[in-house]
Ligand binder design. Sequence first.
Ligand code: ADP
Ligand code: MG
Length: 739
Amino acid sequence: MAKKTPAKDTEQRTERHENESVSPLQYIKGIGPARAAALAELGVRTIHDLLLFTPRSYLDRRTVLPLRQIRIQLGGEEGLPDQVTAIVEVKRMQLFETGKGRKRLSMRVADATGEANLVFFQGAQWFIKAFQPGDLLAISGAPEIFGGSLQWTHPEMERLEQEEERMIHGGRIIPQYREGAKMKSAGLTSRTMRTLMENLFEQFGPEELAESLSDKMIAAHNLMPLAAAVRQMHFPDSEESLARALHRMKFEELFFFELGLALRKEIVRTNEPGISFDTKSDLSRQLLEKLGFTLTGAQKRALREILADMALPNAMNRLLQGDVGSGKTIVALLVMLVAVENGYQCAFMAPTEILAEQHLQTLRRLLEGLPVKVVQLVGGLKKKMREEILYDMRNGIANIVIGTHALFQDDVEYQNLGLVVIDEQHRFGVDQRASLRNKGRRPDALIMTATPIPRTLTMTLYGDLDVSIIDELPANRKPIRTAIRFENQMETVWEFVRSEVRGGRQAYVVYPLVEKSEKLELKSAVEHYEFLAEAVFSDMKLGLLHGQMLWYEKDDAMRDFLERKIDVMIATTVIEVGIDVPNASVMVIENSERFGLSQLHQLRGRVGRGADQSYCILIAKDHFRYQLRAGMSQNEARQERKAVIRRLQAMVDTNDGFKISEIDLELRGPGDMVGTRQSGLPEFKHANLVTDGPIIAEAREAAFAVAESDPDLANPEHETIKAAVASALRRSMQYADVG
Ligand code: ADP
Ligand code: MG
């Protein structure tokens, strides 16, 4: 670090040896080792990090409400905004013993308009020491009315000075910084942070905050210059300039993230030549003719996009996204035939063996009479069989190989692999995607996912892939009818299932993971299996399917279901990526309130695959009754029940996976959505994947335009961008040195 001054006293030096996470910040006036360590815990290690340390919220006249007002709004129709803050004075504190050595602290606070209680169950001892009557606090959180009083439980709190209160009432906006326990004990309150920032800004701002974008871009996107934006972020002059500053910070972050993706893609494109396929194919045409249906508009569009990509001399990296049943497999097969006709082999990778087998059957059926050899490579093959298949693959006798991960084990060789199709990508990690690419020469890759996710997420999760979307179901499909029922209506639900089964159809009954523990999942499905077999479906054949069964047990169970040896399949979510049983027409999902909407949609996709009308019945726990018993007030229980219905109602209203995923994203955030869990979502400091869609799109377009027109960033116009990329790299390397 240029600004680092050598440590003088021995104490500091010892500290440095002992403490791995020593950061250059400790040498800054006003920081020192303890504060530096507290900041390092939050990932703030350099001057640059600290300058960009974003306030977690802001206090201003808009967000600070008088207690009386809060009380009125809380009881009123429109309710309170999410972020509500009050500035109050501590009146008195009282510690209660609540048994088993636990304590509860009740703090009475007031402002000029009224009084409220703050309640703490944890850290009561600490709070009673840390605060005193007369202290001025800014408290934020969700208040409620309890025993006639306005009450906050464990609010976020910060001590304020009289002067700050005056500043707020005078129209100033005051940033609030995150305060871990460690920061508090190191004396890093929002107030000290503000002072620190002031000094830091004077001293290092001009150097550390050199403009990173070109003048042209700043003008084109109507952005605030970087240094000004950072200053406004810490010391806002007005609401408007704060909003513009935060917008710039988001754009900045997203632009450089997307630029990284775009440059990586350019490098791959220019350095790793792929295959240029001739996309006129007799085989595909023959298949199309014998299909017996015409492709949907969306399938045709996806096909055109994929073929155009395959014709290019670079390796294709494309995501094919479409709801369950939208007809991705047929599109994949059509393009595989193009590769085959060009003399290349195709690998078709499925997430499970049974799916691989189903694909094999589908492909063999569709390809009957065509000169295409399809083989299957899965685990657990007899040695001789496996060797034969490997021989066919090595010598180019096999044209299409279907399998699981076994397709890319070390001893597997292809004669000339030209196209890799990966089905249900979300079951494969990013590493596996990478290992595929390294196998042999550079084949084209088509990744199929039945998890519709919002475009903004696709752009960040699969940012280096091109995307084709099938957003239309074949016309002959009957939309699945979905209904919400409560636990006290189970009798009619089971009767409905019985009548469907009597009519010749089959059904699924799905149980959630009761806890994250596999053991509990097992118990739940097994228990209900026994109960249902005895008390509900005693005259029918029941099957059981859960994650703790061995793979061949699962396969056997699914095969029995497929062959109608089972009427009702009791299952956990392992059927989410299951096989296709067109005769299954009912799906009952128990405890549906525990699932995310995207996952419910995924489950629902297991039915509705045949010609019959299909049904999905979402069973919700009757919170109303349950919670009244558990001690909730009638009103609270009613609210809870309403919230459950409101959420599940989205499933009733639409069968469109993309719409559902948008709602799910809003309700649960990106981390909890199906398909994003194992994919390693990037963490952004400023940007929000849920609400910043338009900025993501804008920044992405700008970044890709730069990378495509000037992949070396050699154009003088991109000098500032290049310098910013270089200094970000330098910073990350310097930090690697320190750590
Ligand atoms: P996905 O892989 O997207 O889940 P599939 O490719 O398995 O969907 O297609 C589901 C079913 O719909 C298959 O039986 C398939 O033959 C059929 N299908 C596909 N495209 C069409 C279409 N355009 N018109 C009618 N049926 C279609
Ligand atoms: Mg499929």
